[in-house]
Write a protein that binds this ligand. Structure first.
Ligand SMILES: [Zn+2]
Length: 277
C-alpha cells in the first residue's frame, strides 16, 4: 500500500534521485591522479541529508509494504579498507559528549547486522573540526564526524567521495565526512520527547550513508530521508539490513553484539586515548 505522506521529502540541495547529489569531477588528462584513484578511475562526490520532516515537501511518498526491496546503495568500501577508521571532533560535541556515545552506538549497530562483514573502528579525535562542504578541499584522507551549524532544516549531512571505474560504474568509497546540526534540541533518552530529535537515530542514518546506503522510501527504515521530532528509528529494518548485506555479504562473518542502549552521556574519564591533530 502506498500512502502520500509528508514524512519524506527532498531539500533544495538534493536532486530527485533519493536525495543524492552527484558531481563528476574528472581531472584534466595531464593532471596527476587525485589521491586514492587508480588509473582510469574518476572522482565523484555525493552529499546526503536527513531533514526535519516538518519541512519536507508534502508530495513525497513512503511505502508501507513488507517484502519490497526499496533500499538503495551508492557505493561500498573495498575489503582492503575495512575496518573503516572513524575520527571524531570532540570540540564540537554537545554537552556531556552525547554525540560521541551515540556515534559509537551507531557504528556498532550497523556492524551487528548479520551476514555481512562491514566493520568500523574509532581511531581518535581531532581537537578542531574541518568545515565539511563536500569539496575537494575537504578531502583530507580522514573520515570525520563533527557537529556544526547546518542550514535548511538539516539534521545531519554526510559527504561521500567515490572512485568510479567508468567501465563498471562501481563506486569505491574513498572518504566520508559527517556533520550533525547544532540547531535542534537533541535527545538520547529511551523515549524521545516531542520537540526533540533522537540523536542516535540521526547518527545511525548518517552512518548508513557513510557505509554506502542511500535513501529508502520504506516506512520504518532508518534510511528514510526525513525524521519527525519525537520519533526514533534505532533498529535497522529488514530493508536496511538487506541493503547492507547486498554490499558486504559474508555468511561467515563473526557476529557483532550491538551496544544495548545508546549512552546518555559518555564519561570523559572513559574516553579512548585521544589522537589530537
Ligand atoms: Zn539521508
Amino acid at each position: 500500500m502506498r500512502i502520500a505522506a509528508a514524512l519524506l521529502g527532498l531539500l533544495g540541495l538534493a536532486t530527485a534521485l533519493a536525495g543524492i547529489r552527484m558531481g563528476g569531477d574528472e581531472p584534466a588528462a595531464s593532471a596527476a591522479l587525485p589521491a586514492g584513484l587508480l588509473p582510469g578511475e574518476v572522482l565523484e562526490r555525493a552529499e546526503f541529508a536527513l531533514i526535519d520532516a516538518r519541512y519536507a515537501p508534502p508530495d513525497a511518498e513512503i511505502i508501507e509494504s513488507a517484502g519490497l526491496a526499496t533500499f538503495t546503495t551508492n557505493g561500498k568500501w573495498a575489503d582492503s579498507a575495512l575496518p573503516v577508521p572513524v575520527r571524531y571532533v570532540f570540540a564540537t560535541d554537545p554537552r556531556d559528549l552525547t554525540g560521541f556515545g551515540s556515534l559509537l552506538w551507531a557504528m556498532r549497530r550497523w556492524e551487528a547486522v548479520g551476514g555481512q562483514k562491514l566493520r568500523l573502528a574509532y581511531t581518535g579525535a581531532f581537537a578542531t573540526g574541518p568545515t565539511v562542504t563536500c569539496t575537494d578541499r575537504d578531502r583530507d584522507g580522514f573520515h570525520t564526524v563533527s557537529f556544526n551549524r547546518l542550514s535548511g532544516h538539516l539534521l545531519g549531512t554526510t559527504c561521500v567521495f567515490f572512485a568510479v571505474s567508468p567501465g563498471t560504474q562501481v563506486r569505491r568509497i574513498l572518504e566520508f565526512d559527517m556533520e550533525l546540526t547544532t540547531e535542534v534540541p537533541w535527545s538520547v533518552s529511551d523515549t524521545t520527547d516531542p520537540g526533540t530529535f533522537d540523536l542516535p537515530t540521526v547518527m545511525l542514518h548518517e552512518m548508513g550513508h557513510a557505509i554506502g546506503l542511500g535513501h529508502s522510501p520504506m516506512a520504518g527504515s532508518v534510511m528514510q530521508e526525513a525524521l519527525s521530532p519525537g520519533t526514533q528509528f534505532r533498529v535497522p529494518s529488514a530493508d536496511d539490513q538487506e541493503g547492507l548485506q547486498s554490499l558486504y555479504a559474508d555468511a561467515t562473518a563473526k557476529p557483532v553484539t550491538p551496544i544495548a542502549v545508546p549512552p546518555a552521556a559518555y564519561s570523559k574519564r572513559r574516553l579512548p586515548a585521544l589522537a589530537h591533530e
